[in-house]
Design a protein around this ligand. Structure first.
Ligand code: HEM
Length: 222
């Protein structure tokens, strides 16, 4: 099938809003969370708890709505894991990238992410995120169960689990930010997540469909 590169809006307005608001909330939660934990005390404990609680509620609402959005728009299909292409991507990041070789994954509308990226985001959504929100909600409802027998052991387990998940989230964030700098230029991927526009290959059929049904998606110039 004949394909050619086109500047296309690959990330919708909602996707970009969701991405950046999630990033901001996670940053605020990490900052206030580690103040609560006692890692640093730039702000007082009470303020940190208030900030953490309100941002956690906002993030829970955002995750809830985005899960709904992912399923109603079929976007969830982007995250279905696959092995195809994974060895080439691993080889690229471990070795080929250092010698200026081209990226083995070519973005398409069906697969915006490479196989490794897909696995990383899936881990974020099904392991790290749930570990934080499940332990976070149990933590949040402490006043409801603290009279229960064995509540102190449960409390210790919950704080341990929540902090461990927070470290996993931080590891994810650092690796994720590093990966964003490995595009054509250090800011290429960041710019794409702001504007939504990327140069990708479209089949003639896709191009005809977008021109007819969604002309705003096609951008002649980036
Ligand atoms: C999304 C749902 C989340 C909920 C419902 C939640 C809830 C909570 C609650 C209730 C506390 C205890 C506050 C207090 O002492 O009264 C807490 C502590 C904490 N949170 Fe979260 N949180 C969430 C997400 C996050 C995220 C994304 C991070 C970091 C990336 C994080 C890191 C921490 C840390 C490090 C602590 C201190 C743990 C300790 O030492 O006791 N939380 N969280």
């Amino acid at each position: 099938m004949e394909k050619e590169k086109n500047a296309v809006v690959i990330y919708t307005r909602y996707e970009r809003f969701w991405h950046w608001s999630q990033a901001l909330l996670i940053f605020i939660l990490a900052f206030s969370g580690f103040v609560i934990h006692g890692t640093f005390n730039v702000i007082d404990f009470e303020t940190a708890v208030t900030i953490h609680t309100y941002s956690a509620i906002l993030l829970l609402l955002l995750w809830l709505f985005t899960t709904f959005w992912n399923f109603t728009t079929d976007n969830w299909k982007q995250f279905v894991p696959r092995i195809q292409g994974l060895p080439a991507v691993l080889r690229y990041y471990a070795w080929d990238m250092l010698f200026g070789k081209p990226h083995p994954h070519h973005k398409t509308m069906q697969r915006k992410q490479n196989a490794l990226q897909g696995l990383a985001y899936l881990t974020f959504m099904v392991v790290i995120g749930p570990a934080l929100w499940i332990s976070g909600i149990i933590y949040l409802t402490y006043d409801l169960w603290n009279v229960m027998e064995g509540s102190q052991s449960l409390f210790q387990a919950v704080t341990f689990f929540h902090t461990a998940a927070a470290f996993m989230m931080m590891a994810f964030a650092f690796i994720h930010i590093y990966m964003t700098t490995t595009g054509k230029t250090p800011f290429h991927y960041i710019k794409t997540m702001i504007t939504g526009v990327e140069n990708i290959e479209l089949t003639q059929a896709e191009k005809a469909y977008f021109s007819e049904q969604h002309p705003k998606i096609l951008r002649n110039k980036e």
